[in-house]
Structure formats: structure tokens, C-alpha cells
Design a protein around this ligand. Structure first.
Ligand code: GLY
Ligand code: MN
Ligand code: MN
Length: 438
């Protein structure tokens, strides 16, 4: 199945690339997957991350020093680095459904790739520039006009890309199930993280972003980056924001669990309902920022109903009160990168649409159309830093401090799904994936 989808995917990418090259007055692309980067004063490399432009064409897991050469109406060329190296296991020659589409040329030394390029005066280099390329003759490195066009079109996923994301979602859902089980078994953040990795089959470096695994009040830290090795004496909550990848495409999933069947658990349940109502808005022609603004309104009303704040509706949103509890954007584009490119671009020429005033962390302002893959990730958090400055501000009198104190040990709630806009009802990759992995 993937092979047919991939063939159609390539045809779409070819058409998009031909249009972008023509508009930029260029003839070809040299897409560099990336090279080894050494740590300072050391002979150890940093973990290798593949250039997303390379992954768009080729689902190779570890294409160090590889290149794709693209020319309209010409078979794609893959320059494949396969060193003679008895210190490491050299990469095997690529095999699988995608390889027939490529003329694969093996090089033994990274510098040998140079012999595969012709006519570099109208060729654009795309990738992380290395000083050793300086005398290869590239006239253009990552030209903005070309990148803007390629990035703009990436928002509309092909059916192959959506299928990869479905598979990444299933892997992620299995990790979340294992993480919850480790939580229920009394695991530490670190043990929950290991359970997640084992269920997905990923190494840390294969994750699309560093997992957030937060017990209790740690889940009030939006991008909590530690994993405590010791389990807390008492557990109230778990927030896991973790994804997986398939063929280079990401899932980005957050779930929050209450330890007990208590008022925090009820709030989590309410958040699921609210989040599903927002997911239902991922429809053709909808402005994504309107979903963000509606999320604020619904969160304000939930906070009011649960007795956290004395204002409701627009009054709580316009004054900034809801933003104390929900201080991030409702989501972002998702694909080859977890925060996929061109969230603000409204035309291929690179022009952008600003965020609504007062919402500095929203990452996406485009109008949705079929093929857009986005996250929907509302949250409510009890963040000391924000609450402390609110206490002495005009917001202070609208906050019910005793309710806040009761919930603070639970940290926060975020529920995050990956949703694809279609011609009709949205496809919720995350809910489907959880349903398939009971
Ligand atoms: N995992 C980062 C985010 O949800 O955007
Ligand atoms: Mn996200
Ligand atoms: Mn996330």
C-alpha cells in the first residue's frame, strides 16, 4: 500500500518543486541530508538529525552524508555514502518500495559526491551548509524565495504523508498506553519514559522531540525537560507529551491522568470534552486562529464553572485572565517536523499573517484546507510564576486562590491530538490510534 501512495507522493512533490524552481529561476536542487558534527574538543559526534527536505523525498533512517539531486523530468538521483570503514558498520544499500524511483550512486568518501553535480550555477543547495562545500561551485544556498515556496506547499499533506502520520500515531498511542501503565504501577518519571520508549521501539534520538514526562506539579512546566529517577512519595497526576515517527513523519500526543477518581480527574474529563469540540473545528476554510480564540473562551468558561475564576466568557479572555491558566497556543502544523514550517505564510511568495493581538505564542495563523495536519492541544496549568504575578495584579481579585491551592499539586492538564483537515469531517489520527490499540 505504501508503495502506491509513495509513487503518487513523488508526483506531487515533483510538481511542487518544478513550480518553485521555475519561480526562482533555477534548474535543480542538491539536497544534503547532513553530516557529522563533532562536540567541542572531542572526537564524539552530536546526534545526527536529518534535513527535513531530504526526508520529504526519502524515508532513509540514517542518511549521513547522502544527497538527493533533483532535476525536472529526470530520474531522481540518490548519492549514497557507504564508507569502507571497519570501525563502524557501513550502511546497507537502500532497499524497499521507494528505491526503484532513484538512480542510486554509491560514494566511499563524502567529498566524492562532488563529481555527481553538474551545472551548479543554476542549482540550489538545500541543507546545513558546510565550509567544505565552499569550492564546489554552488551559486545558491538555501535561497529564501525557493524555500518559502517549498515550505508553503508542505502544509498540504499527500495521502502517503497522512498514512505515515497514522502509523506514527499508532506507535505514539502504544507508548502512551505503556506510560500510563508504568504510572499506575508506581513508576518514576524516568521509568515511565523508558516504558514509553520500549513500547514505541524508538531510541531517544528517533523521537520527533524530547518527551515530556511530568509527575505531579512538574506538569505545570510547559516544556518540562527532566526525568526524576525517584518516584514521589505521593502521586497525584501524570502528564506525558510524547510522539513517535514513521518514515520521518511525526506524531505529537499529550495525555494527562489523575491518580485518583477525584476532582482533578473530573477536570481532566471536562478537558477531553472541550478538546474534542475544538478538534471538530478542523475544517476546510476555518481560520486556525479562530480555534485558538474559541479555546480561550471555552477554557475561561470551564475555569469559571470549576470555581477557579469569578469572570467568564469574553470578560475573562479579553482581560488576559484565561491566559494565566492557558499561556500557549492551541497548536501548530505537524509533519516532517513536529512544529512544521510555514505556520504564518499565506501565499507561496512568503507573505505572512500576524497572530491575533495579545496571543504571542500561537504558531499557526493560516486558513485550514484539506490535507492540513495540525495539533489541537488546550491546557490548564497552575504555574507559580504566572500565578504569583497575577496575585498582585488586577487579576488577583478574580482568582479563587483556595481552589487554585487545592489543584496545585496536580500541576496541569494538556490533551493533545493530531488532526487532519479533509473535505468533510476531520480525521483525528490520535483518537483513532488509541481506539486501535486497546
Ligand atoms: N510537544 C511539543 C508541542 O506539543 O508542541
Ligand atoms: Mn504540539
Ligand atoms: Mn506535544
Amino acid at each position: 500500500m505504501l508503495d502506491t501512495l509513495y509513487t503518487a507522493h513523488l508526483a506531487v512533490q515533483r510538481q511542487r518543486t518544478d513550480e518553485a524552481l521555475a519561480a526562482a529561476g533555477l534548474d535543480s536542487l542538491a539536497i544534503y541530508a547532513g553530516g557529522t558534527r563533532m562536540q567541542f574538543l572531542d572526537d564524539q559526534p552530536y546526534p545526527f538529525k536529518v534535513n527535513p527536505h531530504f526526508r520529504l523525498w526519502v524515508p532513509l533512517a540514517d542518511p549521513l552524508h547522502c544527497w538527493i539531486i533533483y532535476q525536472p523530468n529526470t530520474k531522481l538521483k540518490l548519492v549514497f555514502w557507504q564508507p569502507v570503514d571497519y570501525w563502524h558498520k557501513p550502511p546497507a544499500l537502500p532497499a524497499g518500495y521507494w528505491t526503484d524511483h532513484f538512480d542510486i550512486q554509491v560514494v566511499r568518501d563524502p567529498s566524492d559526491a562532488k563529481s555527481h553535480f553538474e551545472n551548479l550555477s543554476r542549482c540550489a543547495f538545500i541543507g546545513e551548509w558546510q565550509s567544505e562545500f565552499a569550492d564546489w561551485g554552488f551559486a545558491h544556498a538555501n535561497p529564501k524565495g525557493l524555500l518559502d515556496r517549498l515550505h508553503f506547499s508542505r502544509a498540504i499533506k499527500t495521502e502517503y504523508e497522512v498514512e505515515c502520520m497514522r502509523r506514527a500515531s499508532k506507535l505514539g498511542a502504544s507508548g502512551h498506553r505503556a506510560g500510563e501503565a508504568a504510572f499506575r504501577a508506581g513508576g518514576s518519571e524516568y521509568e515511565i519514559h523508558l516504558a514509553y520508549l520500549q513500547a514505541t521501539g524508538h531510541t531517544e534520538n528517533e523521537l520527533p522531540y524530547p518527551s515530556i514526562v511530568a509527575l505531579n506539579e512538574n506538569s505545570s512546566v510547559l516544556h518540562y525537560q527532566h526525568q526524576e529517577r525517584t518516584a514521589p512519595a505521593q502521586r497525584f497526576s501524570l502528564l506525558v507529551d510524547a510522539g513517535a515517527q514513521f518514515a520521518g513523519y511525526a506524531s505529537d500526543i499529550t495525555r494527562t491522568y489523575s491518580w485518583a477518581d477525584d476532582e482533578f480527574d473530573s477536570l481532566v474529563e471536562e478537558m477531553h470534552k472541550l478538546q474534542l469540540a475544538l478538534c471538530a473545528q478542523v475544517r476546510n476554510g476555518v481560520e486556525y486562529s479562530s480555534i485558538h480564540l474559541d479555546a480561550h473562551l471555552r477554557i475561561a468558561n470551564l475555569l469559571h464553572a470549576a470555581d477557579f475564576i469569578s469572570l467568564a466568557g469574553e470578560d475573562a479572555v479579553a482581560s488576559g485572565l484565561s491566559g494565566i491558566f492557558f499561556p500557549h497556543g492551541i497548536g501548530h502544523l505537524l509533519g516532517l517536523q513536529v512544529h512544521d514550517v510555514a505556520g504564518f505564510m499565506i501565499s507561496p511568495d512568503g507573505s505572512t499573517k500576524a497572530r491575533p493581538e495579545g496571543h504571542p505564542y500561537l504558531r499557526l495563523t493560516r486558513t485550514l484546507s484539506p490535507g492540513f495536519a495540525v495539533t489541537i492541544e488546550p491546557g490548564i496549568y497552575f504555574i507559580d510564576m504566572l500565578l504569583e504575578s497575577a496575585r498582585t495584579s488586577p487579576h488577583g481579585k478574580h482568582i479563587n486562590w483556595s481552589t487554585v491551592e487545592r489543584f496545585k499539586p496536580c500541576g496541569g492538564i494538556r490533551i493533545e491530538d493530531d488532526v487532519v483537515c479533509t473535505e468533510g469531517a476531520p480525521e483525528n489520527l490520535t483518537r483513532d490510534a488509541f481506539a486501535a490499540c486497546l
